[in-house]
Design a protein around this ligand. Structure first.
Ligand SMILES: Cc1cc2nc3c(=O)[nH]c(=O)nc-3n(C[C@H](O)[C@H](O)[C@H](O)COP(=O)(O)O)c2cc1C
Length: 309
């Protein structure tokens, strides 16, 4: 099957990519993604300035996924914006995603302004859902703050903006968030970020140092929640808002299920950290075999085709 996707007018060779924060923090890791089979890539969520992040150990892999409390260690917006501009110069037909996660409203707005004033032609991902910065609640769980930040952001830019959302768990919340998102010219929503503030115990002891062991959960643990969020937003958002599915993608079957629930693009986080960038070729091959065996002829036919009982 031809895996090419038309995403917001850009053609992308296949719908698989990294999740922000996974294999994309610095030049070497980003260069690895460019060499991989991923269709496109997103950079590490940037703040206005370099951040050291939380004390280590702050990420561990566990049999069913991962727990992390990274605290947004990153090289600062200038690095990721310059990397993206260079990528764009060298690959004029391709696009990438630039993730930002300001420490406060002013921070976010100053990064949006900087991107607006640059030649960046890709898509900015506003991360409203980092669960791991001590003292900073996830904006995506504060609906008024979410609306306020989107109002400010869209008053500053005409460039393409998507949002990365935390997982929601209640129909009332899917409805309320969708109503807000539908008011704005958003390019896409990406769901889900890590399932916030889990606890993983080993030998009677918490397994990561920051926040007394509380950390964001990824991997197989979160797949049902991720699929539910993709489906819920697919059914509620205006048709011109695309969906990126993220959470628990380890195999071609997981990728298939995200697209079945309505995802246009699919991201790999924990499994990319575990397996390295060769994960994309493996998952794409498994996906190809699966769609062929199911008789689908195009990605368009598969997207959103989840059946009711
Ligand atoms: C080590 C690590 C760092 C992460 N950093 C970010 C980040 O900077 N920005 C972001 O939006 N999500 C971040 N995430 C969340 C992932 O992008 C993804 O949403 C989450 O892990 C669920 O996907 P998975 O089940 O494939 O891991 C991070 C996840 C991990 C494991």
């Amino acid at each position: 099957m031809d895996l090419g996707v038309d995403f917001l007018g850009h053609s992308i060779k296949n719908p698989l990519m990294n999740a922000s924060g996974c294999w994309c923090d610095n030049k070497d890791l980003l260069d690895d993604l460019l060499q991989s089979e991923a269709g496109t890539f997103v950079t590490k969520s940037a703040t206005s300035e370099y951040r050291e992040g939380n004390p280590k150990p702050r990420y561990i892999e566990v049999p069913l996924g991962s727990i992390n409390s990274m605290g947004l260690p990153n090289l600062g917006i200038d690095f990721y914006l310059n990397y993206s501009l260079e990528f764009q110069n060298n690959h004029p037909d391709d696009i990438n995603f630039l993730s930002i996660a300001g420490m406060c409203m002013e921070d976010n707005l100053s990064m949006v302004k900087k991107i607006e004033q640059s030649e960046f032609k890709g898509i900015t991902e506003l991360n409203l859902s980092c669960p791991n910065v001590p003292g900073k609640p996830q904006i995506g769980y504060d609906f008024e703050a979410t609306e306020r930040i989107l109002e400010e952001v869209f008053s500053l830019t005409k460039k393409k903006i998507g949002v990365k959302l935390p997982p929601y768990f209640d129909f009332a919340h899917f409805d309320a968030v969708s109503e807000i998102l539908n008011k704005f010219p958003l390019s896409y929503v990406n769901c889900i970020n890590s399932l916030g503030n889990g606890l993983y115990i080993e030998d009677d002891t918490v397994s990561i140092r920051p926040k007394d062991g509380f950390g964001g959960i990824g991997g197989a643990y979160v797949k049902p929640t991720a699929l539910a969020n993709v489906r819920a937003f697919y059914l509620r958002l205006n048709q011109d808002i695309a969906i990126i599915g993220c959470g628990g993608v380890e195999s071609g079957k997981d990728m298939y299920e995200h697209i079945l629930c309505g995802a246009h693009l699919v991201q790999v986080g924990t499994q990319l950290m575990k397996e390295g960038p060769q994960v994309f070729a493996r998952i794409l091959q498994e996906f190809n075999e699966l769609v062929k065996s199911k008789g689908y002829e195009s990605l368009k036919d598969l997207r959103g085709a989840l059946k009711s009982m």
